[in-house]
Design a protein around this ligand. Structure first.
Ligand SMILES: C[S@@+](CC[C@H](N)C(=O)[O-])C[C@H]1O[C@@H](n2cnc3c(N)ncnc32)[C@H](O)[C@@H]1O
Length: 207
């Protein structure tokens, strides 16, 4: 049965995020996506970067079913692995050996503001253990800079997130990058994206 979900923002941002990935990723190995949601990004990026293996993940079964449906719909079953059941807070992450061995980086799109702050902490802690020197962790989404919203619409969005769950909310970039630093990452680049979003590129150092 077709279990595909459709996230409108995902259809809007997949091209611009793909353009950022194009600058960063190498043409081999695997990428682990955390909080893949519907799976629309996963299949779009697997099609755009056929040389790599795009490994999706999500803790929610309804999302993993959607991801599997998208993989089947796009006839990518022979190329793309099935989504992992990965909750960033359930540590240590259980990463298949083959994935860990071929990983070139981790990507998480619109996840950390729709999850509690501990998810950001664990995202960097576990990624810091898995990734080697020179490998990347890319975050995409809205951020506060210097504790200030970058637009009125982000301020309203933040309030609506907090009404859904008081632990959610747009994160302050400096706090996020502090967590990165604690775990051996430096902030390599910050890229302005459409609709008041950013792509933040973190790179693992040798410590
Ligand atoms: C706003 S959706 C974004 C989905 C997708 N990345 C996109 O941009 O369309 C947030 C995603 O984060 C996932 N998520 C929430 N808490 C999580 C956690 N503790 N560990 C991993 N993913 C989580 C949700 O299941 C959901 O798929």
């Amino acid at each position: 049965m077709d279990k595909r979900l459709f996230f409108s923002a995902t259809q809007r941002n997949k091209y611009s995020i793909g353009n950022v990935l194009e600058r960063i990723i190498k043409k081999n190995g695997s990428i682990l996506e955390i909080g893949s949601g519907s799976g629309e990004h996963g299949v779009a990026f697997q099609k755009r970067f056929p040389e790599i293996i795009w490994q999706t993940s999500d803790p929610y079964l309804i999302h993993r079913k959607s991801i599997s449906s998208w993989i089947e719909y796009e006839a990518l079953s022979k190329k793309m692995p099935q989504p992992l059941n990965l909750d960033v807070e359930k540590i240590p992450w259980k990463i298949p050996f083959q994935l860990a061995n071929s990983l070139q980086g981790i990507v998480s799109i619109n996840m950390i503001h729709v999850a509690n702050w501990n998810c950001t902490i664990e995202l960097f802690r576990e990624s810091g253990k898995i990734l080697k020197e020179g490998q990347f962790l890319i975050l995409y989404g809205p951020f506060k800079i210097g504790n200030k919203h970058t637009s009125k619409s982000n301020c309203l969005f933040d309030s609506s997130l907090k009404m859904q769950n008081y632990l959610w909310g747009i994160r302050n970039l400096e706090n996020v990058s502090d967590e990165a630093k604690k775990n051996g990452f430096f902030q390599e680049d910050i890229i302005d994206m459409p609709a008041n979003n950013f792509s933040i590129i973190y790179r693992k150092t040798s410590y």
